[in-house]
Design a protein around this ligand. Sequence first.
Ligand code: UGA
Length: 453
Amino acid sequence: MRRITVLGVGYVGLVTGACFADLGNQVICLDVIPEKIEKLKRGEMPIFEPGLEEVVQRNAAAGRLEFTTNYAEAIPNAEFIFVAVGTPSGVDGEADLKYIRSAVENIAAHLDTYTIIVNRSTVPVGTGDSTAQTLIERGKQQGIDFQVVSNPEFTREGSAIYDFLNPDRVVLGSVDKEAAEAVAELYRAFTEKIMITDLRTAEMIKYASNAFLAMKISFINEIASICEKLGADVKDVAAGMGHDQRIGAAFLNAGLGFGGSCFPKDVKALTYMAEVNGLHPQLLRAVMDINRDQRRRVVLHLRELVGNLRGKTIGMLGLAFKPNTDDIREAAAIDLAHMLANEGANLRAYDPVAMENAHRILDGVKFCADAYEVAAGADALILVTEWNEFKQLNMPRLYASMQRKIFLDGRNIYDPAEMRAHGFEYRGVGRPLNDASADNAPLAVEPSLANVK
Ligand code: UGA
């Protein structure tokens, strides 16, 4: 049993705290927002994460998991302090470290015994060193009062507890191998896949991993655009590529691109770090450009199919940046809503859990009770988030209630031939524009081949 403090009760902090408590440690979670802590004390979750409520309630009831807003309660006596506060994007894409700085100042003010500060927030390379520097400037001695370890997280929203307990790897970086080993012991309760590096390398592994996954998505989205022009089907292309173990099948789903609180922010932050050091991170820039274009392409498709969008009713199925979360940060739906509103369209939307969050930031969207209400009288529907409940929709019912029968499948979850058989004018992402286009493919290829001398 170890005494662990977690700073920040967002997805990362709360999952970290709840899981370590569940493993028998004594955990106290701190957040500076009183409403979040009050909710947690009542057993309510400030975020939607499947399975989390049960783990939190069980460990709170057992007295292993406590919540506070008071640093004086959370810092003294802690053996480990996990810093899991937000690092939002600043104006130039750089990571804004104001929450980290405030956490470090408060740690400095209350530290009273040797404590290992474990940075779990995604922070620019070098932040671990500057954390140590700040503590030294506040009169603390590195190695005697504190040590800093970087421990980036690789958990996905929606399956965070599973990912935490079944990691592909745990990365720990520190100048002090003993401190890293002490943190490794916490993880050895459930995994041996632990890698120890220096501090900056661990910080970089996080950015490089997220940027690589984002790159896979943008890569397949670029291939999807080419497939559309040439009459190939990107779903089969991805499957064909994914069988190659060197490529791997994961993260090759073409669609409306990536969103969420991590990929866009981290790719931008890595780009910024490269640029301020005189580099030209062209690949990282292309990853973001392609992602933005994926959203724009939907509007182009709609213009082509619907015509002028002014006064037309467009329905969005799904708002969350991916299924099983209520998180709408950087979600495709938000970009689409803004673009379509600019075109003068009337918007309707439904999401099983993200409507409350979307309501706060989207004006002029009619929020509906279900997919059928979205469809009634609509000129076009866009499948934005691939929630399971959208996979089993009663298509004849949707079809019958729509004004015009246009269906854009932004996540390629439907069978094109079936959708067309239902009567829809259906388009996916990177799929043949009609069932006969495979036959037209040679024609589409010929002109460009003719240019090759
Ligand atoms: C991501 C990483 O997957 C985690 O490893 C990492 O720990 C986390 O960021 C983080 O840095 O905290 P997350 O943002 O929860 O996790 O979501 P993902 O499941 O990775 O999906 C990100 C976005 O990519 C979603 O919008 C999803 O729709 C999109 N995506 C994903 C695709 O468009 N195609 C794919 O093939 C896969």
